[in-house]
Ligand binder design. Structure first.
Ligand code: COA
Ligand code: AMP
Length: 631
């Protein structure tokens, strides 16, 4: 570890000087004088006295620098059989007009705007248009049901919603507008107006006086310029799963976000202006925010917006076709996507049909990358396959292999080493660092670097409680794992009730809240059991009220329907079992970990603290073997 060690040591020696230098990559209207404001520690703000505009840095400055004719966005959509390229100059015009629509309707700096859109360029334009006028966007993933959207509308209290008539899931057209109408009907807060992009696959009915047609209104609007905002003004809120049904609104500030993402584009992903960068994720997730939209555009790259799936649109060669056809230099996806491809094309016959010589590396994140999947990809791609670890909260990688600095030896099962900005300690329950090779809670020394969450929207006490209170002076990641003698980090499991299904972060607590509302259910638990494709999948265990007379099968299928209806198809909640009682400790804690081990067929011991061992014995026969963990 030569160069990386030097860079990391340089950061550690003088973090503020390190980030001040990184901040030179941003075009500020007012350069920040104070790098880190620690006057309210343990709450921190980066570049708070600087002023800049994120949209200007992501779009306008590239046009001004003569890159107007370069592709900014390539939309490749096998599900609609279309491909579109938007240059930086076109993007500037489209975004400025959409910002004009928002401004004409009264949206001003600091107002919130919800974006509920499929994987089309307009989703990025919506984000950028908000950034342009200093409005705070909150993108909601399309796979969430109306209720989840309503929860976010209530919390963010948006002035406007930007949406499209439909999304396309493989061969199915999913009408978004009825979900949006339902969400607005359910929410107490009502947006003033909605701008709806009509897609030909499903025409949405419009509500007179509230809904504007995207194309008509942007064509008529006057383009507006960029409003400078403070470095610590919010750019967006992204809701993510916590332990309850109320999602956490992760806040991202403008200044630190730009600085951090620009640093990663060069030093971590090793790309520069003109390169094609493809994050095969969705705009509704943090990966989509950081690396479909902002990161590549801030760096002047071409970003891919892919509307399809790794398999079935039309075959497991789609990813490789896109890489060849658009000369993708870096692909970033979730291990689940590779597992899906590997399952359909184990010998990688499709991959062999394409010229992937332009691909520099494959980056994986969002869930644990199992060594089998990594080695399959390495064997067939013959490129570095780099696992890196991060969270919605951090917005960029905590641990990675920084290709732009030095390619470190890869150890399958480890996302490599901490990035500058992050000092990672593995702590025991009392908060003391443990020896290398020992499992513990993964914590990061405060302050977190630029670009990470400064707080939770409308919920500072929850921010402190969730992340800062457990270990003094640290941010608690919610992940458990270890470090080895070389300082490589290993991420093993969550310490909370969050599960990861197909790289999607879900709350078992939220699913339990939905199940508890069923009139026949007295008590329930949802656990994440191993799934060979999706990493984990939820399993519901429900106990019925005394006297419940309906057939168990009916209740089980109602539970499945209820979670889909309330949380959405993304929850992938398909298994639910009625049991007599839940296994608990004497203090009443449900023994989730033991149930997961039984389902996954991994070794387990009867917990010494168990209240009634016969309960676990009874469940054991019902659930053992239901889980199929990846290696
Ligand atoms: N809008 C509406 N519905 C959506 C949706 C969206 N944007 N995204 C997913 N869904 C639906 C799916 O259609 C599916 O519905 P179904 O139960 O009716 O089949 C459900 O939500 C579950 O989706 P998913 O878990 O993604 O499963 P899948 O079977 O559709 O696809 C994979 C499986 C492996 C192909 C897919 O999960 C995948 O590509 N994963 C990569 C993960 C990823 O990019 N993660 C982002 C973090 S980096
Ligand atoms: P999200 O906020 O949706 O990005 O999910 C973050 C969580 O996903 C982390 O806290 C981890 O539990 C998990 N995760 C993300 N990347 C990795 C990785 N490379 N290896 C293991 N787990 C990961």
């Amino acid at each position: 570890m030569g160069k990386y060690a030097d860079v990391y040591a340089g950061w550690k020696q003088n973090p503020e000087a390190f980030w001040a230098e990184a901040a030179e990559a941003v075009d500020w209207t007012v350069a920040p004088k104070t790098v880190l404001d620690d006057s309210s520690a343990p709450l921190y703000r980066w570049f708070a006295d600087g002023e800049a505009n994120t949209c200007f840095n992501a779009v306008d400055r590239h046009v001004a620098a003569g890159r107007g004719d370069q592709a900014a966005i390539i939309h490749d959509s096998p599900v609609t059989d279309s491909k579109t390229t938007i240059t930086y100059a076109e993007l500037q015009d489209r975004v400025a007009r959409l910002a004009g629509v928002l401004a004409e309707q009264g949206v001003v700096k600091g107002d919130r705007v919800i974006i509920y859109m499929p994987m089309i360029p307009e989703a990025l334009e919506a984000m950028l248009a908000c950034a342009r006028i200093g409005a705070v966007h909150s993108v909601v993933f399309g796979g969430f049901a109306a209720h989840e959207l309503a929860v976010r509308i209530n919390d963010a209290a948006p002035k406007a919603v930007l949406s499209a008539s439909c999304g396309i899931e493989g061969k199915r057209v999913i009408a978004y507008k009825p979900l949006l109408d339902d969400a607005i009907a359910q929410s107490e807060h009502k947006p003033d107006f909605c701008v709806i992009l009509q897609r030909p696959q499903a025409e949405a009915s419009m509500e007179e006086g509230r809904d504007l047609d995207w194309v008509a209104s942007t064509s008529a609007a006057a383009p507006v310029g960029c409003t400078p905002v403070g470095g610590a003004d919010p750019l967006y809120i992204l809701y993510t799963s916590g332990t309850t049904g109320q999602p956490k609104g992760v806040v991202r500030h403008n200044g630190g976000h730009m600085v951090a993402l620009l640093w990663t584009m060069k030093h971590l992903y090793n790309v520069q202006a003109g390169d094609v960068f493809w994050a095969a994720s969705d705009v509704g997730w943090v990966v989509g925010h950081s690396y479909i939209c902002y990161g590549p555009l801030l760096a002047g790259c071409t970003t891919m917006v892919f509307e399809g799936k790794p398999v079935g649109t039309p075959d497991p060669g789609t990813f490789w076709r896109v890489i060849e056809e658009h000369d993708v230099k870096v692909l970033f996806t979730a291990p689940t996507a590779l597992r899906a491809i590997k399952r359909e094309d184990p010998e990688a016959e499709y991959l062999k049909k394409y010229d992937l010589s332009g691909l520099q590396a494959l980056f994986l994140a969002g869930e644990r990358a199992d060594p089998d999947t990594i080695s399959w990809a390495q064997t067939h791609l013959r490129k570095p396959v780099i696992d890196h670890w991060w969270q919605t909260e951090t917005g960029w990688a905590i641990a990675a292999n920084p290709l732009g600095i030095e390619e470190l030896p890869i150890k399958p099962g480890s996302p490599t080493v901490p990035m500058p900005g992050y000092e990672i300690d593995i702590l025991d329950d009392a908060g003391h660092p443990v020896a290398p090779g020992t499992l513990g809670a993964i914590a990061i020394k405060l302050p977190l670097p630029p670009g990470t969450l400064p707080t939770l929207w409308n919920a500072e006490p929850r921010f402190r409680k969730s992340y800062l209170d457990t270990f003094q002076g640290y941010y608690e990641t919610g992940d458990a794992g270890m470090k080895d003698e070389d300082g490589y980090v290993y991420i093993m499991a969550r310490t909370d009730d969050v599960i990861n299904v197909a790289g999607h972060r879900l709350s078992t607590g939220a699913m339990e809240e939905v199940l508890s509302a069923h009139p026949d259910i007295a008590e329930c638990a949802v656990i994440g059991i191993g799934d060979k494709l999706k990493g984990q999948s939820p399993l519901g265990l429900v106990c019925l009220n005394a006297g419940a007379k309906r057939a168990e099968e009916d209740i089980q299928s109602e539970c499945v329907k209820l979670v889909r209806q309330e949380i959405g198809p993304v929850a992938a909640f398909k298994q639910c079992i009625v049991i007599d009682a839940l296994p608990k400790t004497r203090s009443g804690k449900i023994l989730r970990g033991t149930m997961v081990a039984i389902a996954d067929g991994t070794p387990w011991k009867m917990p010494a603290t168990i209240d009634d061992p016969s309960v676990l014995d009874a469940i054991s026969s019902r659930i053992s073997g239901l889980g199929h963990p990846t290696s």
